[in-house]
Design a binder for this molecule. Structure first.
Ligand SMILES: O=C(O)c1cc(C(=O)O)c2c(n1)C(=O)C(=O)c1cc(C(=O)O)[nH]c1-2
Length: 242
């Protein structure tokens, strides 16, 4: 198989399985979420945001090539940022504040749905334990992220009063960060997946990751969209407000 055909296979996985196809995103971007459904999304998505620098730290801990570590470490800087200015995580908390939540409540991780926590923990473990090729390939959902971020910025600005440049700064910033990460990750996967078995491994990793993302939205839908069924211990409307 050629590099081109592997890239085609990877893109086909995104076209079929990426979470931009999930009905929760249609509802969110189309202005059909209630304020509490938006809050539930912000609280649960925090769990994913918080896991990302942890999985990247797990990645760095097993990476023996200094050049690769140098290229990869900016991912942690993007999310954690410096002591004073912070990074993506702090920008996410701006969104939390804008939708009426107490940022300390969101940052505590309390109220996150059990299935969401299982999914994000599985992502950290996957990156820590699987062959490096799969650890890298699992990040390639970011090939498809800029277009969903663009659609989200547009949809939220159109439909919700809380949306403005400050509250949506997380997504705006990702528009320039994600392409640099994914260009590196894709090139690395295409040049290291040099046997049919390794190509399959890369595709399996990307499929696994689309499942991590999809499972989070299924959990959200089951808990907060009618007929809503909020699991014990998960966030209930009214809790964690500013
Ligand atoms: O809003 C989204 O749909 C979305 C999806 C993804 C993704 O595809 O994993 C990421 C992000 N956002 C994101 O903001 C982000 O920083 C990010 C890092 C990673 C990763 O796997 O390393 N994915 C994503």
């Amino acid at each position: 198989m050629s590099r081109e055909s592997l890239e085609e296979r990877l893109r086909a996985i995104g076209a079929e399985r990426y979470h931009d196809k999930h009905p929760f995103h249609d509802k969110l971007h189309g202005g059909e979420c209630s304020p509490d459904q938006v809050r539930a999304w912000v609280i649960n998505r925090w769990a994913y945001q918080a896991a990302i620098p942890m999985k990247d730290a797990a990645f760095l801990s097993r990476c023996t090539d200094p050049d690769m570590r140098r290229a990869w470490r900016s991912r942690i800087e993007d999310h954690d940022g410096g002591i004073n200015e912070g990074g993506g995580l702090r920008r996410w908390l701006k969104l939390a504040e804008a939708v009426g939540l107490d940022p300390d409540y969101v940052a505590s991780g309390r109220g996150v749905l059990p299935a969401t926590q299982f999914a994000v923990d599985a992502y950290i473990r996957y990156v820590r334990d699987m062959p490096l090729l799969q650890a890298v390939a699992s990040s390639l959902t970011e090939l498809f992220a800029p277009s969903i971020h663009e659609r989200r910025i547009e949809g939220l600005l159109e439909h919700y009063d809380f949306a403005n440049t400050e509250s949506l700064s997380y997504f705006k910033t990702r528009l320039s960060q994600a392409p640099k990460d994914v260009a590196y990750g894709l090139e690395w996967v295409l040049s290291h997946a040099d046997t049919p078995e390794k190509e399959d491994m890369a595709c399996e990793a990307l499929t696994f990751k689309t499942n991590v993302l999809w499972a989070q939205l299924d959990a959200l839908w089951g808990a907060y969209v009618e007929p809503a069924r909020i699991p014990p211990g998960a966030w209930r409307p009214g809790e964690g407000m500013a």
